[in-house]
Design a protein around this ligand. Sequence first.
Ligand code: PMV
Length: 343
Amino acid sequence: MATASAPAKVHLIGEHAVVYGEPAIIASVGLRTTVVAEKAGDVKFADSKWPDKGFACSANDAIGIAKKASGLWNECNERRDFTPLFNFVKADSSRNYRKALVGIALSRLGITGGVHLSAVSDIPMGAGIGSSAAFAVAIVKAIAAEYGKHVTDEQVNGIAYEMEKIIHGTPSGGDNSACCFGGLLWFQRGSPNIIRPLQQAHKLENFALVYTGKPEKSTGELVQLVRNLDEGFRNERVRKIGQMTHEMIGVLKSKDYSRLKEIINDTHKNLAELGVSTEEMERIASEVKAIGGAAKLCGAGGGGMMLCWHEDVAKLKETVASLGYAPMKADLAVEGVRLEKHF
Ligand code: PMV
């Protein structure tokens, strides 16, 4: 039996723009998904939070569903519309998604047998903090360990990226990289991707995460929504976020908090213009700004998590609580994927 866990992630800056080649700065978050894998003849999956979403099938069925999903991905990629793929993976209460994940892991790791998996997570699903990426990374690490496959974290990350493609269409790869390697990362898409750990001159303090509820749309659908915007309109905002990401490095190093806040607020404004904010998020953003702080949506947006910053965290928490939300305490830049147990 092998147990592996992977952390959530939060974009300090760069979400959505990263899909169009701009860099992102991403921190891992101390909320983890833990997966237990046990060798078996067939495939079984159990999730403690959603017991009704479990399933059992043969290893061949899981691999077949993975192949179907990857064929659909190719077709959808040609049309630049991933709706048919999203409908397929969401079918049967998203069991197709989970079966495909197991199928991808087994075939990419060269495993002919099956596996029984169970998962438990502190990461809210679809909240913009990388629940699917943490899940993908932890599954690969646990299955590889259970079957004695010696894979590097780079290989785990590569397989997790294949998994992310079937649920997000054209993910940047930033989420799985942050969940896999942990710490604070500079990520930029390319051939190959640039993934650079950032030296932290100091702890990433005074940030708070605020969960505004589960988004109606998935990451893939929100990325599609941004892709459907007028190109000129979108690119202007994407470039602006990219410029601020470059600037953010120096700002973090020099602890220029007044510029840090401007950048966070301006990033949120640009993301809202791309159509991925919500009324609730706008309310939080404007109240936090009114008390001299900063707030931005996280990840794909459309609801989910907000990242807030204030010199006075107690004041920030009080303001957020007065709006009816409970700020979550979570450490940033924690350890990436790890094997917890293997026996
Ligand atoms: O919502 P999440 O946690 O899946 O983050 C998505 C981040 C995007 O930049 C919107 C997409 C991506 O693949 O980078």
